[in-house]
Design a protein around this ligand. Structure first.
Ligand code: PLP
Ligand code: COI
Length: 339
């Protein structure tokens, strides 16, 4: 039975749930792993994560279907991305098959925290790995911790499907040939200062430009960006320094194979934005959040879809994705993992 929470107003926040999964890597191997009721982490003052930020994470969700069953959406892709992120930061990757087993175990142990079907809320799952071994010289640690916790969440942005306003940041999120394409906490630390500036100025998020030339649009602090052009094509920015979003990959498939919307994946110039009809952010937390306008210094770029409701194509993509995740529409092969 799902807990009796105020799901309509739950927001995107942390709630302590019953159990979390923990596995330690010591002397070159991962231990068997176990569930724990302890939500605190105790570390040495010189742990690698505290000194040199060796940490990677993932974000995915568990959904309760109408028949009461519980599923996850494409978790094999989170397992793969996390393995790659870890290797990029010289951390041992957590084996993909064990990631999926640990995920099942953690969700099952917190089954009452999976929000009811139709509540608009889901169980957000946060796998993460960090250097728990001691280092003082700059080098990789020799001990690591992998954990998964869960928390029930509502929409990431207040108001759910109400369009938001973005600001072009004067700061960069990720360097060319840097860490932009991996999911490491350090990328998010880099975005906090500019996030606070954007919020102070009345915007919900920043849109970052490519750090090399500052001519192309990249993504926001926690989601990829999508556009619809004047020919009703879905335009998807391509760059080596943005996170390869699982939601974005899924939406490209939905657009091409289910909705028959042409897709262009390519570098997108900031200059082009004023010719686009619609804009939206996509990600596990963001799902698809419509964007009504983008402030580029003195210039206000207003999308014809406006600030009242999502554009037509963003709305179709949103409805299709949600229907697949909620079990209301048949999913492409391999997208759904029954827990
Ligand atoms: N970009 C960033 C910076 C993110 O933090 C996220 C969230 O995970 C995404 C994009 C979307 O990725 P995904 O759809 O895999 O959740
Ligand atoms: C996600 O969508 O899972 C994210 O990680 C975005 C943000 C909450 C960091």
């Amino acid at each position: 039975m799902a807990k009796n929470l105020d799901y309509a107003n739950i927001g995107f926040a942390y709630h302590k749930t019953d159990k979390r999964y923990i596995s330690y890597w010591k002397e070159g191997a991962w231990d068997a792993g176990c569930l724990s009721e302890d939500s605190n982490v105790v570390l040495n003052e010189s742990a690698g994560i505290l000194q040199y930020c060796q940490q990677v994470f993932e974000g995915l969700k568990a959904y309760r279907w109408k028949d009461g069953s519980i599923v996850c959406f494409r978790p094999d892709m989170n397992a793969e991305r996390m393995f790659h992120s870890a290797e990029f930061l010289e951390m041992p990757g957590f084996p993909r098959d064990r990631f999926l087993e640990a995920l099942d175990e953690t969700v099952k142990a917190n089954v009452d925290w999976v929000p009811p079907f139709g509540s608009g809320a889901t169980l957000y799952i946060r796998p993460y790995e960090f250097a728990s071994g001691i280092v003082i010289g700059v080098k990789p640690a020799d001990e690591y911790t992998f954990r998964i916790f869960t928390t029930p969440v509502g929409p990431y942005f207040k108001g759910g499907a109400v369009p938001i306003a973005l600001m072009i940041s004067d700061f960069d999120r990720a360097a060319p040939h840097g860490t932009g394409a991996i999911k490491a906490g350090l990328n998010y630390a880099m975005s906090l200062h500019s996030h606070e500036i954007a919020v102070e100025k009345g915007f919900t998020e920043n849109l970052y430009l490519d750090a090399g030339k500052r001519e192309f649009v990249e993504e926001t602090g926690g989601a990829n960006v999508l556009f619809v052009d004047e020919k009703d094509r879905l335009v998807v920015p391509k760059s080596d320094s943005i996170l390869p979003s699982i939601t974005r990959k899924s939406l490209i498939y939905v657009a091409e194979h289910i909705l028959h919307i042409p897709v262009e994946e390519r570098a997108v110039r900031l200059e082009e934005l004023k010719s686009f009809k619609e804009c939206g952010l996509c990600g596990t937390a963001a799902v698809i959040s419509p964007v009504g306008k983008i402030q580029n210094h003195e210039e206000e770029i207003c999308f014809p879809s406006g600030m009242e409701k999502p554009g037509k194509i963003m709305d179709e993509l949103y409805r299709t994705l949600i229907a697949i995740q909620d079990g209301e529409m048949e999913a492409p092969e391999g997208w759904i993992r029954h827990i």
